[in-house]
Each structure stands twice: as structure tokens, then as C-alpha cells.
Design a protein around this ligand. Structure first.
Ligand SMILES: NC(=O)c1ccc[n+]([C@@H]2O[C@H](COP(=O)([O-])OP(=O)(O)OC[C@H]3O[C@@H](n4cnc5c(N)ncnc54)[C@H](OP(=O)(O)O)[C@@H]3O)[C@@H](O)[C@H]2O)c1
Length: 241
């Protein structure tokens, strides 16, 4: 199926657990997919996991969004070597659980802020201005249930996830007059990824997340400014195979 034929999607965090499903679904549905990773080994692993679906529509770069310079370099690489961009999916920031908040070392706090919030900010401030006035463009934040609940011993994750929701809301308000559609997909369950040894049947899979983000990026979707929340697998609509 080629619902995204001719479209170019940047999947930041595409080498991650959830990102893999997003990348696979965008490739399956005809898009060219750009995946940056700070670690070349993770890109190699992604290619191995994707297997046969890998093709010349998958373009990878060693890059990150920790600093403005990093974001700027990634944007330049895309402009120079890909030339065009329609969609950004920000699948940025992983899980952490450790001490109660009052015991969290500042070093860990800063690390989680940098990867789970600042990287979203840098990615959005780098790519939203590029896409804002382009008809059919969209920016999708991925987020989890920690944004809505205080999870003991995972405080920095709950705090960054919650702030990520407001980050998106501010960008939505500031780009209200522009054609770009900005949405968050928030999955409240764990996501069934390549590393989950005993997934529960009600967990949404990484590929189901990917398929829904394909829908959000497709011309069939007119959602804008939304936070779409899925509590469990059964709630995902059947859009297309
Ligand atoms: N896994 C779940 O059960 C679950 C459930 C609900 C929601 N989610 C959401 O899914 C998203 C991804 O989670 P995940 O489980 O796939 O995590 P993951 O496997 O740890 O992947 C996270 C990705 O974020 C990228 N990243 C982190 N810091 C970055 C930075 N400074 N600059 C650029 N990229 C950076 C990493 O890129 P590198 O390749 O450069 O390391 C990595 O690929 C998160 O937004 C999370 O809230 C996950």
C-alpha cells in the first residue's frame, strides 16, 4: 500500500524500541524515511531488525538533538542530502525507574531532562519552522502514560512526559495559523517491542503505533492540535492494513 508514496518522514528515535515499528510502517506505506541516531551501532541494529523491508528509501545519519548545533546539523544534512521533508515523528526518550524523587542524583535528573524533554524541544524548534507553512505537513510527538500519572520512583520520567504535553500545546498555539498539523499520540500501556519478553495481550505493539502515526501523517487525517490517547490495544481503530 502506498498511502505515503513520495512523502519523506523524519523519525527521530527511529532506532529505538518504538521507533522501529514507526520506521517499518512508514517504509511499508511508501514513504522515504530518515532516521538519525547518535550511535551508528543502533542504526546497524535497526537495519537488522527491519530485514527485508530495508531499501533505498531508508536514509540514516549519525546525529542527535541534544544541542541546537546538533539539530541544525541534522536539518542541513536533510536539506542537502534528502532535499525535502513532510513529516516528523519524535519518538524520543526512553524509560527510567530508580529512586524516589528526593533521592534522584542531579546527574540523572539532568540526563533525563536532556534526553526526554530538551531533545524534544530542540527537535521541534529545528523542524517546525521548516515545515510550518507546507501544506500536508505534520509533526507527531509520541508520549506515554507517565505524562498523566505520577509514577513513584520514575519521577523524572513523569515530569518530562507531562512537560512534553505542554511543549506540544504551546507549539500548537503558536502555529495555529499555519497549515502544519501538530499532534501527540499518547499510549498508556507499555508498548510491545522487540525487547519485551512477556508482552501482555492488551499492550499496543510498536507496529500498531507505527500504523497509527502513518494515519496521522496521511492525507486521510485532518486531526490537528490533539492528544490522542490509547488506553489499551482494543481502542486502536482499524484504519488500513
Ligand atoms: N516503550 C514503551 O513501552 C513506551 C510506552 C508508551 C510510550 N512510549 C514512548 O515512545 C517513545 C520512545 O520510547 P522507546 O521505548 O522507543 O525508547 P528507546 O528505545 O530508549 O528509544 C528512545 C530513542 O530516543 C532517542 N533519543 C534519546 N535522547 C535523544 C537525544 N538527545 N537526541 C536525539 N535522540 C534521542 C534515542 O536515539 P539514539 O538512537 O540516538 O540513542 C532512541 O532511539 C517515548 O516518547 C516514550 O514516551 C514508549
Amino acid at each position: 500500500m502506498s498511502i505515503l508514496k513520495g512523502k519523506v518522514a523524519l523519525v527521530i528515535g527511529g532506532a529505538g524500541e518504538v521507533g522501529e515499528g514507526v520506521v517499518r510502517q512508514f517504509l511499508t506505506h511508501g514513504a522515504t524515511v530518515v532516521v538519525p541516531s547518535r550511535d551508528e551501532y543502533r542504526i546497524e541494529q535497526l537495519r537488522n531488525h527491519l530485514g527485508q523491508i530495508c531499501c533505498d528509501r531508508l536514509i540514516t545519519f549519525q546525529a542527535g538533538c541534544t544541542t541546537e548545533e546538533g539539530g541544525h546539523d541534522l536539518r542541513k544534512k536533510i536539506e542537502n542530502e534528502v532535499g525535502h521533508l513532510d513529516t516528523v515523528v519524535a519518538s524520543i526518550g526512553g524509560w527510567w525507574q530508580g529512586e524516589q524523587l528526593s533521592q534522584v542524583p542531579l546527574r540523572i535528573w539532568n540526563h533525563i531532562m536532556e534526553n526526554s524533554l530538551t531533545a524534544h524541544f530542540v527537535a521541534a524548534k529545528t523542524f517546525l519552522p521548516l515545515l510550518a507553512d507546507q501544506e500536508g505537513s505534520c509533526y507527531i510527538f509520541l508520549n506515554g502514560g507517565a505524562a498523566l500519572y505520577a509514577i513513584p520512583t520514575a519521577g523524572p520520567i513523569s515530569i518530562t512526559a507531562s512537560a512534553q504535553l505542554m511543549l506540544k500545546n504551546v507549539f500548537v498555539a503558536e502555529y495555529e495559523q499555519h497549515p502544519i498539523r501538530i499532534n501527540t499520540l499518547l499510549v498508556k500501556t507499555k508498548i510491545n517491542t522487540r525487547s519485551q519478553p512477556n508482552p501482555k495481550p492488551y499492550w499496543i505493539t510498536a507496529d500498531e503505533v507505527g500504523l497509527y502515526t502513518v494515519y496521522l501523517a496521511s492525507p486521510a487525517c485532518d486531526l490537528r492540535g490533539e492528544t490522542i490517547i490509547f488506553n489499551e490495544r482494543g481502542e486502536i481503530p482499524i484504519l488500513f492494513e
